[in-house]
Design a protein around this ligand. Sequence first.
Ligand code: 8X3
Length: 249
Amino acid sequence: MGMSRGVAVVTGASSGIGAATARRLAAEGYEVVAAARRRERLDELAETTPGIRAVTLDVTSPESIAELAAALDDIAVLVNNAGGAVGVEPIERADPADWQAMFDTNVLGVLRVTQALLPALERGAGGHVVVTGSIAGHLVYEGGAGYTAAKHGATAFVETLRLELNGRPVRVTEVAPGMVHTEEFSLVRLRGDAEAAERVYAGVENPLTAEDVADCIAFAVTRPAHVNIDLLVVKPLAQAAPHKVARTS
Ligand code: 8X3
């Protein structure tokens, strides 16, 4: 093993893109703090992967975030990954509570955690804020308004933060994936309907995996400190747009 690249905090690390990113950054030589609500999953991740430490975190709770911040000295990377989609109803039938939940994690969660960890990101040799965005942050589609609005919010956050931190040693990157086949994203979005969740990926040859997205995040953070990757949009070959997906069946 080479020298440590420093501490990398990954939120939403209990599954999917977050867990894959925690594993990948550990393999790249970071001391990874894997943060999420579900402690048992994190403990399993930490026990099976050298270089990962589990920390319980709820990105909707300022107290929980303050506890995390107090436990960290300087950090090299913050991957704001916690978030997701709830519901696919059109606007006329959408539940404001779903929108609120999506804004709370995808937008306000990113704000809260970034605010709390910025001092630690600036303390060391230079920091890097990464946000797991989405193609939904760059375009819209029917039934996706709450999620696309939230992810557009996350994109606005990233773009504004980069302007405001100009001249300071903190890089700011958005990684915006399209269709990624993870265990939970569509299941949560479709309120636990496993069959409907599987239909999202039916006949799609090789949707992205969580590891594909982790690979993009690892690429961005391992560039030299003066290289800022602003935005990486990544989709499977089979997906030209959210609604334009080649299917074999
Ligand atoms: C998920 C991608 O296409 O469902 O962030 O909006 S999509």
